[in-house]
Design a protein around this ligand. Structure first.
Ligand code: GLU
Length: 285
């Protein structure tokens, strides 16, 4: 069994991260497998070396270990670019020049009906989607969207994965999504961003495959996005791991912890003299 914890070094590690990391680590160790740390530093405008150093220090303090050097996404941009080229050559991507505002405006047109929210926000209304796949070389420094209808047609089978945890509505077991639902509830997601290159959905799929991850254990908030990941695995002929979406750690008011929840930063608990055992107790592990 190979599991991984893939934090973004954009802020302090909090209790929610600790729970996810410990779960990944404990499961791998219990099965005699390997726990990997992966640094999701794709967004270079927000990633900071100080946060990376701090998160590694916090994880080691919690008692976790992983093979070094760990994979850092910023060192593998070529692999993501190659996947973009492949999807472009398959005729599944198109350039998009819409701003968030353009999308909101298009969706508020009277004929559009109620806007649907997908894993990445509002389902794209298709303003820039061409009638036929674009030809020629893939444009650089442009936002690229996946033509969901074409992508599902190219896959020619339902998007299917095994869930051993549960989605937000308790979904578990064999999860299957039909093409028309992929189009209606997810739509044409962004796979490359202007100035940033490959987006998370593409990078995560490549990383998990390259690292031979067999169990993706992560927060329930990513359950819906998993459908995108499984579709991309199919299109790129990569294996689909098993998925386990776990509960989210919430504060006293029931709100999910966020990066800016410094009050629950592991570093703060450490400075107050708490022990790793106490952190485990806080997240019921
Ligand atoms: N860096 C991503 C996050 O923290 C990783 C998500 C994943 O585990 O796939 O949300």
């Amino acid at each position: 069994m190979i599991t991984r914890f893939a934090p973004s070094p954009t802020g302090p590690l909090h209790l929610g991260h600790a729970y996810s990391a410990l779960l990944n680590h404990d499961r791998a160790k219990a099965a005699g497998g390997t726990f990997l740390l992966r640094v999701d530093d794709l967004d270079q405008s927000r990633a900071r070396p100080e946060w990376e150093a701090q998160l590694k220090d916090d994880l080691r303090w919690l008692g976790l270990d992983w093979p070094e050097p760990c994979r850092r996404e910023s060192e593998h941009l070529g692999a993501y670019e190659a996947a973009l080229d492949r999807l472009w050559d398959m005729g599944l991507l198109y350039p998009c020049h819409c701003t968030r505002r353009d999308i909101r405006d298009a969706l508020s047109a009277p004929q559009e009906g109620a806007p649907v929210s997908g894993p990445d926000g509002l389902v794209y209304p298709g303003t820039c989607r061409p009638a036929a796949p674009p030809t020629g070389p893939r444009p650089e420094d442009t936002t690229l969207r996946l033509d969901m209808a074409r992508a599902c047609a190219a896959l020619a089978r339902p998007v299917k994965f095994e869930e051993t945890g549960a989605g937000p509505d308790g979904q578990t077991g064999s999860i299957e999504t039909a093409a028309q639902d992929m189009v209606a509830t997810i739509g044409d997601v962004v796979l490359a961003r202007r100035e940033m290159g490959a987006a998370y959905h593409l990078a995560v799929v490549i990383d998990d495959a390259v690292q031979g991850v067999t169990e993706v254990i992560r927060g329930r908030d990513l359950f819906e996005a998993t459908r995108i990941h499984v579709l991309l695995q199919g299109l790129l002929e990569l294996p689909t791991p098993r998925y386990h979406h776990h509960r989210l750690i919430r504060d006293e008011t029931g709100k999910r912890l966020a990066k800016r929840d410094d009050a629950r930063a592991i570093a703060l608990y450490r400075s107050e003299g708490r022990t790793p055992r106490e952190i485990r107790d806080m997240v019921s592990l």
